[in-house]
Write a protein that binds this ligand. Structure first.
Ligand SMILES: C[S@@+](CC[C@H](N)C(=O)[O-])C[C@H]1O[C@@H](n2cnc3c(N)ncnc32)[C@H](O)[C@@H]1O
Length: 206
């Protein structure tokens, strides 16, 4: 059985996420600008890169490799087309992170925005250990309302995601990342419409 994310169309995802009443694509884009600012990294891996939201903040004078990982091959094709100017710097990797037979290269910084929700903590620990980054930056969504997907005309496009969705808890995420040898170096919140919020956690290797 495939991953339900493989059936989602990029237009539906992005149209939903960028609605004024959702505003998550825009918020993620701004937060990613900050995540990509560190002077100390020359390679980045973005887990769940989708259509490449935020990749325009890559400074090619400093960052020489960007791996974009996603289970949806079509997302990666569209991402590659949008950011063609990155040339060989951008390398798409089509992989289902839930599978334990995947191989991923090393990157200095591992970014996982709204991704741990879809793979769970133990799988994220396994992936992060394999990539062995110096820095990890994650954004999770904290729901104060009923559903993890905000109401919108595109809602039914996401019907299958309940099968793979895990509710995130701040302490559980930080404990799992600390367990694999990282310390928390920063935490930032951003409010969203609909009573939801994003929380960003930055970790550095001990
Ligand atoms: C909520 S979206 C996050 C998108 C993105 N980070 C952003 O800023 O808009 C989750 C992304 O993770 C991908 N994804 C979900 N489960 C995955 C898995 N098991 N393996 C690889 N990618 C996965 C989805 O295809 C989707 O692109």
């Amino acid at each position: 059985m495939g991953n339900p994310w493989e059936k989602i169309k990029l237009d539906d995802y992005e149209n939903h996420m960028s609605l004024e009443s959702v505003y998550q694509l825009q918020a993620l884009n701004e937060m990613m600008k900050g995540q990509l600012q560190s002077e100390k990294v020359s390679s980045v891996m973005i887990l769940g890169v989708a259509g490449g939201n935020g990749l325009e903040h890559i400074h090619t004078d400093r960052i020489k490799k960007v791996y974009g990982v996603d289970v949806n091959r079509d997302f990666l094709v569209q991402c590659g087309n949008r950011y063609g100017y990155l040339g060989n710097i951008f390398e798409p990797i089509c992989a289902d992170l839930l599978r334990d037979d995947i191989q991923l290269p090393h990157a200095d910084l591992l970014v996982a925005n709204l991704l741990v929700e879809y793979i769970g903590y133990p799988c994220f620990q396994r992936v992060a250990t394999m990539v062995a980054p110096r820095y990890i930056s994650c954004i999770i969504q904290i729901n104060t309302g009923d559903s993890f997907v905000s109401d919108s005309p595109y809602l039914h496009a996401f019907d299958g995601l309940g099968e793979v969705h895990h509710q995130m808890e701040e302490d559980a995420l930080t404990n799992h990342v600390q367990e694999i040898g990282y310390v928390l170096s920063g935490r930032m919140e951003r409010s969203l419409p609909n009573g939801k919020k994003f929380v960003q956690f930055d970790f550095v290797k001990q």
